[in-house]
Design a protein. Structure first.
Length: 130
């Protein structure tokens, strides 16, 4: 069984959301609600040797995720001061821990989207999730 690359898997999660778009921002793939605002950016060895992504987050979520597991979650540069959360994608790439990690990734991506999307698109998302 082939395990999808982290970028491919992240891209699929982001683009599954209503009216999500992808474009390069600051040299990395990034995802936006329509043309703006941005809700997720990929970080391929940005300032370190790690593969990660940064996501918009509702108030308090950054501290909650990092408190749960600072080995998987972190305060990202530039946007961390606005509450965004960083998520390492180069951990737990196979086995049961990988699936748990990707459940968390999916949750973080959805909450990132919800934190910046207009009410009309959130309502559309809620109808597709039910």
């Amino acid at each position: 069984m082939t395990v999808p690359r982290p970028l491919d898997r992240l891209r699929a999660l982001c683009l599954a959301l209503p009216e999500a778009t992808e474009r390069v921002s600051h040299g990395e793939p990034a995802w936006f609600v329509r043309r703006t605002p941005q809700f997720v950016t990929f970080a391929d060895r940005h300032h370190d040797a790690r593969v990660a992504f940064w996501a918009a987050a509702p108030p308090g979520a950054q501290q909650d995720w990092i408190g749960r597991d600072p080995g998987r979650f972190f305060v990202p540069p530039y946007v961390g001061g606005r509450g965004w959360v960083g998520v390492y994608l180069d951990v737990a790439l196979d086995g049961p821990l990988a699936e748990r990690h990707w459940v968390d990734v999916e949750d973080i991506v959805e909450h990132a989207y919800r934190s910046v999307a207009p009410a009309k698109l959130i309502a559309l998302l809620d109808r597709t999730v039910d």
